[in-house]
Design a protein around this ligand. Structure first.
Ligand code: C5P
Length: 211
């Protein structure tokens, strides 16, 4: 199968030397890409900046901003059987990017931000994507409820939910503990390495019948 994976954070520029980003290491997405390639799938990894090595056998498309990730995913998704959107896309970006470095003049500086495009939320409604769709939900409370809402709202087949308030799993950690949310309900996977969890997600996703 042809599998598209998004991974890592995005970087939203403020001026030529500064940007807004988040704590995503990219490990979960890279583990998914590696596990899928290992299973013999054709994998395209669209990733924001990380310090990770691209897994063997994976086609790699580096991007920086949410907009670049959106444009890349839109151009690739009609040739995709499974899309796993794991990237920690910045939710907001500066409205204006300064051409020159912003100087330290005042005591306060206000940045005006606007929403970035929602890639996962655009897959069905705007891109007309009909393949298997897997999203992630990083939550700090009401995990199952929020993840289930996201499953319905963004018309996903599977949401992988985790509790990002915990320090031992999730963001920037080598381990994860997730809940798999489908229309049939929620199933917890025990705490494990991101590589093992990735293998389980690839196996579940490739078993879903597309609608
Ligand atoms: O709504 P929320 O940002 O919590 O949803 C997280 C899921 O949506 C993840 O799968 C993430 O990769 C995806 N996402 C996206 N584009 C955005 C924001 C999130 O694809 N702009």
């Amino acid at each position: 199968m042809r599998i598209l994976v998004t991974a890592g954070p995005t970087r939203e520029p403020i001026d030529p030397v500064r940007y807004i980003t988040n704590r995503s290491s990219g490990r979960m997405g890279y583990a998914l890409a590696g596990a899928a390639a290992h299973e013999g799938h054709h994998v395209i990894l669209v990733s924001g900046p990380t310090s990770l090595d691209v897994p063997p056998g994976v086609d790699f498309i580096p991007v920086e901003t949410a907009q670049e990730m959106y444009d890349t995913v839109r151009s690739l998704c009609d040739r995709t059987d499974i899309a796993i959107l794991c990237a920690a896309v910045a939710d907001y970006r500066p409205i204006a990017v300064a051409d020159q470095k912003i100087k330290k003049t005042g005591d306060k500086l206000t940045l005006e931000l606007e929403k970035t495009p929602d890639i996962l939320g655009s897959m069905r409604s705007d891109f007309g994507y009909t393949g298997i769709l897997v999203g992630f939900a990083a939550e700090t409370q009401n995990i199952e409820q929020y993840a289930h809402d996201k499953l319905i709202r963004k018309q996903c087949d599977l949401i992988v939910a985790n509790d990002v308030s915990r320090k031992d799993i999730g963001f920037d950690s080598s381990q994860n503990e997730v809940l798999l949310i489908t229309a049939d309900g929620a199933e917890p996977l025990p705490k494990d390495t991101k590589e093992h969890i990735a293998m389980e997600i690839i196996s579940r996703a490739s078993g879903i019948i597309p609608h």
